[in-house]
Design a protein around this ligand. Sequence first.
Ligand code: SIN
Length: 288
Amino acid sequence: MTQLQVIHPTRSRFQSSDGAYQHLSLTPINGALGAEIRGVDLRNARNPELIAEISMALSRHKVVVFREQTLDPKNLVQLGSQFGPLHHNPFVKGLDGYPEVIEIRSEENHEKQFTGLWHSDISWAHSPSMGSLLYAVELPECGGDTLFANMAQAFSALSPGMQNLLQPLRAEHRVDRHHNAKSDFAELPEDAVYHPVVTTHPETSEKILFVNEYFTTRFENMSEQESLPILRYLFDHSTRPDFTCRIQWQPGTLIFWDNRSTTHYATNDYPGQKRLMHRVTIAGQAPK
Ligand code: SIN
């Protein structure tokens, strides 16, 4: 993780105003989270100062959107690697020659991938992801938007009583909770994966609600039946419109999101049409 330490903004830079950006121009998407960044060609994004500014924007806005990019799988790997080591997903085969790049593909007669349930990518791993970069390769005529939820806002809007109840808890996250994680080349993890229900973001120090309906099954030392009423409440609470933004894809759009502080939801509203995306996922550390 040395690379991350070098490129991430220091606390004082994070606290500086938007005027701190020298290499990009940024417009917030709404009051909850997300920002559009302009003036950057991501194919040539090698300047460490630019990478540090994108990292700063990601910490502050949690989701950053770049339009009109042209990125082949090699470019995507090069870009993602600037933000940290890339994760190899043992349950999804990557592209030939670029195993770190996974296809998110939806079309007729093909299982829809990762749609219809809010989640944080690979929260089922002992060390979940720091962030994901998703690039639009082929889009339906209309539909296929992605929604994001600000899990720091969701936590801070809970009552002090609920916050205190959740702080000491850990929750189980399972890859096979909702999707068929069968694979020719990986076995399901044998030991259960538990993460704190409330985590502290390593860069912003915000308290984050770290549960999601795709992968979180139950609280540690409790049954699913016992856990579900509170988990269901948290899933619904955290995805209230007030805490979310919705992003419409265009050809050439790339979205970079922070998996430590957001969950996301891919809509499934384009029956019979194709949607193909390429994703790289940046490795992270066990949340604390
Ligand atoms: C994902 O969950 O990483 C995919 C999101 C999307 O397809 O919009």
